[in-house]
Every structure is written in C-alpha cells, then in structure tokens.
Design a protein. Sequence first.
Length: 402
Amino acid sequence: MSSHLQPGQAAVVEHKTALGDIGEGSPYWRKLVLDSQVSNYHAAAQALGVEPVGVLYDVVRKVALEPYLATPVEERKYKQLRDKACPTCKKKSAPPAPHVDEATGNKCFEGRVVTDPGGQLYANQREFDETLDEYRERVRQEIGANPDKYFRRGLIVRNEAERREAAFDVWMVGQQIRESQLANAWPRNTDACTQYNSTCDYWPVCAGEASIEDPLRYEHTAAQHEELGGASGEAASDGRVHLPLLTTSSAKAYRSCPRRYYFAYETRMRPVRKSHALRFGTLFHRGLEVWWSTVDLARAIEVMRGAGDLDIDPVDLIRAEELMLGYHVRWRGEHIDVLAVEREFRAPLINPASGKPSRTWQRAGKMDAVVRAREAEVESTSTDESPPAPQPDSEAEAAAEE
C-alpha cells in the first residue's frame, strides 16, 4: 500500500469511515485487494476523460471514547481516614500538645497525625458525569496524540487483468439480478442477516414479525438510487428512456442478499431510521464534501452542525467535529488539485467477453472526488511523519470550537 501520487498523476478519492484498526497491514486494507469498487472507479474516471493511476482510499477511524458517567451511588467507594504516629511527639524536645507536625504541617491529636482525611471517591470513580466540554477536550487530545490511528490514505492500484476480472464480477451480478427479475424470485441469504454486530433492517419482514408496508418502519423513496440525483429507466429531459442503473451499492446489496436488494431497489422501501453507523458516516461525508470543495474547516463544521435530518446526538457531533479538525490539520497541506467533488457518472456496462455494451443495464455511481498531483510539486505526499496535535491556528479553526 502506498499513499504516493507522482506529479501529474490523477486518482479517484474514496472517503470511508471505519470503527476498527486502519493501520497499514490491517485487515481493513487487505480486503481491498479484491474490492471490485476500486476497479469500477477506473471506468468511472475514464468516462469523465481522466485516466487515474488508482484510487486514493481516504479512511477516517471513528472515535470510540465514551463520555465518563458518574458512578452509581450504590457502587461508590470512599477513602477511609488514615493517620500515623506523630514523629514530632517522639522527639525529646517535643512541643506541648496541641502542636503541628513539622513534616506534614497537620495538627497532632493525641499523638496521631492525619495523613488522609478520607471521604473522597477512589480515583476510578466519579461523582458527576463528564461535561461535553471535558469530553471534547479528551477526544481532541486522543486524536492529536494518535493521528496515524485516525487518518490513513492508501493508493490502491489495479492492473489490466484485475480490472477485467472485476468487470466480469459486475457483469455477472447484472445477469443474476435480471434473472431474479424475470423469475420474480429473490432468495434470502440467512448468512447476511447479522453482520458487524448489526441485524439487517429487513429482518423483521423476512421473519414475519413486521410488514414492509409498516409506515413506522419503512418508507417509499422516490429515487431508486438515493446517492444519485437522476432517475433511471424513465424518460429524461431529452425525451430518451435510459437503461436501468447498476451501481456499486445496488450490486453489493444483491451479492449480500437478493431479498435485501428486492426490498431496497425493486420496491424502493427503505428503513425510516438509519443505523447509527450509516448516520455518522453520512454526517462526516457531508463535512468532507464541503472541505474538499473549499478546504474551509469552519464551513465544513457548520454543515455538519446543520444536519438536523440525521438526528445526531451531541456526543457524536463532538466526535465528528474533532475528527474534522484533525483531518484539516492532517491533510490541508497536500500538493494536489481537486478536479471534481461528488461527481456522478454514467457509463455503459461492457461485456468483458464480447466487448459489447449491455442492453439491460447502465453503470452509474458517484465519485467522492477526483484529484491530480501538481506538476510543479516534487515533494512526496507520504504521511510517514506525524503532524502536531490539532490546535486551532486560524479564525476558521477557532470557530470550530464555538
């Protein structure tokens, strides 16, 4: 894995948030060896007239620190009073009682000096909950002390043979979806009901515990592919009817479980409340979209604070803001030019065997960013050296703390 872009080289940028280890050599990076999305982005960039050298995976690890809570009253333990024999009293010329012990400065009472009055909670217990300001400071210190733990970039490249194999993968998924549509058969993959300690949003429906028509659980979406602005399989403004779209997200959903794909993309019924991980990822992605367009920390945080539709709690908002501050400090000095941000693409789905485009599907998606290393810069974009702890050094960064 490399994070180097040579002068003049272009790459597609893919933003990701992760909960586990993102260090070099970790399972997170190993899984990308076979990730077809990386290969798909080559074709996507080419559709925009850019020849990328690879995909610059831009990964941010979520902060796992939780706010400290007050120790329950029934579990609190207090220090006991401690004393010792007064060393002053042992001297032949001891002053008359009462007197003050010369070593501790505490009063002597009947030959004993109190060393700890007691009544205090043990160090691992708390009387009050940690305030949000205290929590923010602890998160900032954690991120600043461990930048490599929270921010990683790796340039993932694919040779021609790997891209061809990935193209076969996508082609075959399109064929399988079409077969399910024709047969109206959407088998369940019970191995995918629970993944990453999370249960599938449609499990209650498959298990007969709920209806897909339950408005408290599911809602119909106008767009089949929520990440895209346009419709598919419908008359466009030019009067033409375009082929249905096959995106990375929809292909991934079908590979995971055809029934899940059916609910999400055929019936267009989506969960009313998104998972915590998805909501946090969406929040941070919105901030990144602004940052990559402007490199303006204050504006990025302003957008995240205004994301009321995501129902983000104050603790997660602090995590996102502090990660954005650390991200800004970490990457603002990179010598790259941004060619596009949040750029949608449409491209034919090519049959790798015949070289002919599909009559059933059109490939589509959205790239987080497309960049090119500046020709005039010769410095490496390597991140071997850790930056200093994130500290506001401008009005924009100071505004992020307000």
